[in-house]
Write a new protein. Structure first.
Length: 501
């Protein structure tokens, strides 16, 4: 009898499916975070500045500060998912609290009255660009079973190439096939030893496979839980020239952690089907770092009107994925449980380049009574890519990116009305879908509001924002084609405290 071995096996997979178009969208899009004032006004700060989170839009914003300061912000992050799969709908909620922003700025005023450069600012800021904590469930009756996933990968694969060799453990064969032959053959191996499919003939050269399950409709339960973050640490320098021009530049250091745990159960086959129940679970973990820079300027046309413009470079992420799987069915090999989440596929390090972004801004200041601000951002996601570009699997993904994704326009508008020490704020944000067909991910709408109180030497601000977006998510990258349709609503309640010095 085989002895159970407990270990974590690391292997480099030559070709994988962990990296796909979702990587670009996951790390290239931002869910509006930042200080409470920034969120309350919809992030429309490109021509305003004077807030640490405004550095995300225009790095010249720190030159607007009149004094040094420090700000810290915390958010209650609530996600509401209404997932529809065929005729069934399930609602899930996820709630967590994050320290989403912390930073400071140091203002150095020029004592030389003959100089045109009035002041110089050094700033640093940490922002949670995206919170990946989320969970949804989908259940329904489908005409496409999990066998379609394995049959799609197995088609064309020689049967002899996915067999366990003499004196080889099942989990060793799983890792070896992934490392040498690639992800597709590894899935064919899982399908065969998981009992889902068989070759049409036992010939080693056979490349055609048949399903072992019989059904017209089959019941499917699916859950996806994700955790992690995309954070950004900014080092900024800015200066004021005379009374009418602010310029600035930032270096941005990004940090990524993402985990995704999928659980899938299928049942309800025909009575004559030998398979009565199938489970197939997948785990993905991604870690890495990135770099970008930004340049910007704000011009005061007069006492009431300001114009802003900024350039955000592409972000270059260096990422590393690892995956693990487990499968079972009534016809699975007796040793199938040895392939579990302790058996890890480690993919080679790769690069994701997300697109650059241009932002134009206009703000109208009503003396000390309040202000209105508008931002327009443009970002072409078809220019995203996975690298190295000579990798055949990445070439396929990059072709899909070029044909499926397009330009994204973002509109932000925000206002503030002051009553002595109290500030009332509101904002709106609209962002086009990055997909040219608008079906996979819909347009994003967000509204926000907030209030602030100025104590003189410090400020306390509160905001409440709500965004809504429809998302279509396939359960797997192959086989089952019907997606889960998710109406996703994210609500942020943020409290910020600022101290001046």
């Amino acid at each position: 009898m085989k002895k159970y071995i407990t270990f974590v096996a690391l292997i480099v997979c030559a070709i994988g499916s962990a990296q796909n178009i979702n990587e670009v969208l996951r790390y290239g899009t931002e869910n509006l975070q930042g200080t409470a004032r920034f969120q309350a006004m919809g992030g429309a700060f490109g021509a305003l500045g004077g807030d640490l989170s405004s550095l995300n839009i225009n790095p010249a914003g720190s030159a607007v500060f009149n004094n040094s300061l420090f700000t810290i912000s915390g958010s209650n992050y609530h996600t509401y998912n209404d997932a529809r799969y065929f005729r069934n709908a399930l609602i899930t909620k996820d709630n967590n609290i994050e320290l989403n922003q912390i930073g400071g700025a140091f203002v150095f005023k020029n004592t030389d009255t003959n100089s045109d450069w009035k002041k110089f600012t050094l700033a640093f800021n940490y922002d949670l660009v995206n919170n990946f904590d989320n969970e949804y469930y989908a259940t329904g009756s489908s005409t496409e079973g999990i066998d379609t996933y394995f049959l799609e990968y197995a088609g064309g694969t020689p049967f002899g190439s996915i067999l366990v060799q003499d004196n080889e453990f099942l989990e060793e064969a799983y890792l070896d096939i992934g490392a040498v032959q690639g992800f597709g053959d590894q899935q064919a191996f899982l399908g065969y030893y998981g009992g889902i499919l068989d070759p049409e003939t036992e010939d080693d050269n056979n490349t055609s496979y048949i399903s072992n399950s019989i059904y017209d409709f089959v019941n499917q339960d699916f859950s996806r839980r994700t955790t992690g973050y995309n954070s950004k640490f900014t080092i900024n320098a800015a200066s004021q020239y005379r009374d009418n021009l602010y310029i600035g530049a930032s270096l941005n250091f990004h940090s990524i952690f993402y985990s995704q745990f999928d659980q899938f159960t299928e049942y309800g086959y025909e009575n004559e089907s030998e398979i009565k129940r199938t489970t197939f679970d997948n785990y993905l973990e991604t870690e890495g770092n990135g770099f970008s820079f930004s340049l910007g300027a704000i011009a005061k046309l007069n006492d009431n009107v300001r114009l802003g413009g900024s350039y955000q470079s592409p972000t270059w992420y260096r990422l590393e994925d690892n995956t693990s799987q487990r499968i079972n069915s009534d016809l699975a090999d007796e040793d199938i449980n040895f392939i579990n989440f302790n058996i890890i596929n480690l993919f080679e390090e790769y690069t994701v380049k997300t697109p650059s972004k241009l932002t134009g801004s206009l703000a109208v200041i009503f003396a000390k009574d309040g202000l209105l601000s508008f931002d327009y951002g443009y970002q072409d996601f078809s220019q995203s890519e996975l690298r190295p570009t000579n990798d055949p699997s990445f070439q396929t993904v990059n072709s899909e990116i070029a044909s499926s994704l397009g330009a994204v326009s973002t509109f932000r508008i925000g206002g503030e009305y002051r009553i002595q020490q109290v500030s009332l704020r509101a904002g709106y944000r609209f962002e086009h879908s990055p997909y040219t067909n608008d079906n996979t991910i819909g347009d994003l709408d967000a509204i926000s509001g907030g209030i602030g109180y100025n104590f003189g030497g410090s400020k306390l601000d509160f905001s409440l924002s709500r965004s809504q977006q429809d998302v279509s998510e396939r359960l797997f990258n192959a086989g089952i084609t019907t997606p889960a349709m998710i109406d996703r609503t994210i609500t942020n309640a943020t409290l910020s405290y600022t101290i001046n010095f």
